[in-house]
Ligand binder design. Structure first.
Ligand SMILES: Cc1cc2nc3c(=O)[nH]c(=O)nc-3n(C[C@H](O)[C@H](O)[C@H](O)COP(=O)(O)O)c2cc1C
Length: 249
C-alpha cells in the first residue's frame, strides 16, 4: 500500500543545498525560532554538547570563506553559523559539583560530534520549513586551527562544520540518493545486491549530472567516490583533535 505523503516528508524530500542567496536578511527572531526547534533534537544523555557561533564580522567571514575553498557563498550568505562540538559547559557542570571531568575519551568525541550533527540537521530542516535554504560547509576543516583562532574557540571544543543560510536565489534540482535497497539490510550484512544497486544508481546519477541546470558533467556516483575516497583527506585532523583535547584515549 502506498504511504500518503505529509508536509514533513515532502519538506525532507525537497532538500537541496543552496549556494546563492537573496540579500534579504534573516532576522534574530527567525534565527531564535530555528535554533529553539533545532535544540529539540535528541541528545546523548542530554549532554547538549554543542555551541553555535554566528559569524557577522565581515573580515572573519572573508577569511573563513577563503580558507574553506575559497567558497564565495560563505561570504555572501545572510547568515553563517559555525557548529562546534563542545565539552566546556559539561566541564563547568562537573566543577560546580566538585567533580573532575574525565578527559579525552574517544567516546566523548563521538557523543559531542553526533549531538552537533543532529542539532545542525534540525537547524537545516527548521530553516527550510520557513522558506530558507542553506548548505553545510565542511570546508572550514581545511584549516580548523585558524577557525578556532578567528572565533576564539577554546580547547575541548572544535568546529565540526559551518552552515550558510538565507533565502534562496536559485532553484537547483534535488540530487538523487542511493536506492533504499542499497542502505537497508535485514538481520545481516549481506552484499548480494551491491553491484546491481550501484549500477542502477550510476545510471540515475549520470542522468542527473547531464541534465541539471549548471555544471553539467559526464560523471557517476561510483566514479566520483573513487576520485574522492582515494585521496588523503585532511590528514591534519588527527593531531588537530588531539591538540583540542579530544580523542586521546
Ligand atoms: C558535513 C557536510 C559538509 C559539507 N561541506 C560542503 C562544503 O564545504 N561546500 C559545499 O558547497 N557543500 C558542502 N556540503 C554539501 C554537500 O556537497 C551536499 O549536501 C551533497 O552533495 C548532497 O547534495 P544536496 O545537499 O544538494 O542534496 C556538505 C555537506 C555536509 C553534510
Amino acid at each position: 500500500m502506498a504511504i500518503r505523503m505529509n508536509p514533513t516528508i515532502e519538506l525532507l524530500k525537497s532538500h537541496r543545498s543552496i549556494r546563492k542567496f537573496k540579500d534579504t536578511p534573516v532576522g534574530d527572531q527567525t534565527l531564535k525560532t530555528i535554533l529553539e526547534a533545532a535544540q529539540c533534537a535528541a541528545t546523548s544523555n542530554h549532554v547538549q554538547a554543542y555551541t553555535v557561533i554566528r559569524v557577522n564580522d565581515e573580515k572573519i567571514r572573508r577569511e573563513i570563506a577563503r580558507l574553506s575553498g575559497p567558497q564565495t557563498w560563505v561570504e555572501q550568505a545572510p547568515l553563517f553559523l559555525v557548529f562546534c562540538a563542545d565539552l566546556n559547559r559539561l566541564e563547568k557542570a562537573c566543577s560546580r559539583h566538585t567533580k573532575k571531568m574525565a578527559q579525552g575519551f574517544a567516546e566523548q568525541f563521538v557523543v559531542a560530534t553526533v549531538d552537533t550533527a543532529l542539532l545542525a540537521q534540525n537547524t537545516m530542516i527548521a530553516a527550510e520549513s520557513l522558506g530558507l535554504g542553506g548548505v553545510y560547509i565542511g570546508g572550514i576543516r581545511n584549516d580548523p586551527q585558524k577557525v578556532c583562532d578567528l572565533l576564539q574557540i577554546p580547547e575541548k571544543a572544535y568546529p565540526v562544520f559551518g552552515m550558510c543560510l538565507g533565502y534562496p536565489d536559485h532553484d537547483p534540482p534535488v540530487k538523487p540518493r542511493l536506492p533504499v535497497e542499497a542502505i537497508l539490510k535485514t538481520d545481516r550484512y549481506d552484499r548480494e545486491n551491491e553491484n546491481s544497486c550501484l549500477q542502477a544508481y550510476d545510471r540515475v546519477t549520470n542522468t542527473y549530472y547531464q541534465t541539471r541546470d549548471s555544471n553539467l558533467k559526464d560523471q557517476t556516483w561510483t566514479g566520483q567516490m573513487a576520485e574522492f575516497m582515494s585521496k588523503k583527506i585532511r590528514p591534519h585532523m588527527k593531531s588537530f583533535l588531539k591538540n583540542r583535547g579530544f580523542f586521546i584515549r
